[in-house]
Design a protein around this ligand. Sequence first.
Ligand SMILES: [Zn+2]
Length: 53
Amino acid sequence: MPSENQCPVCGMAVDPQSAPSATYDDQTYHFCSEGCRDQFVNDPASFVGNTGS
Ligand SMILES: [Zn+2]
């Protein structure tokens, strides 16, 4: 299970207190930068490993 304190785009550690965040599928994700947040928002499914049927 990925850490809540990890950028789902690049895997860097993040500080949830100050990092940019986005909500997808009722989960809040934190990002190391606005750039990673933008990538995630453009295509969240490719970063959350949603392979369930
Ligand atoms: Zn990142």
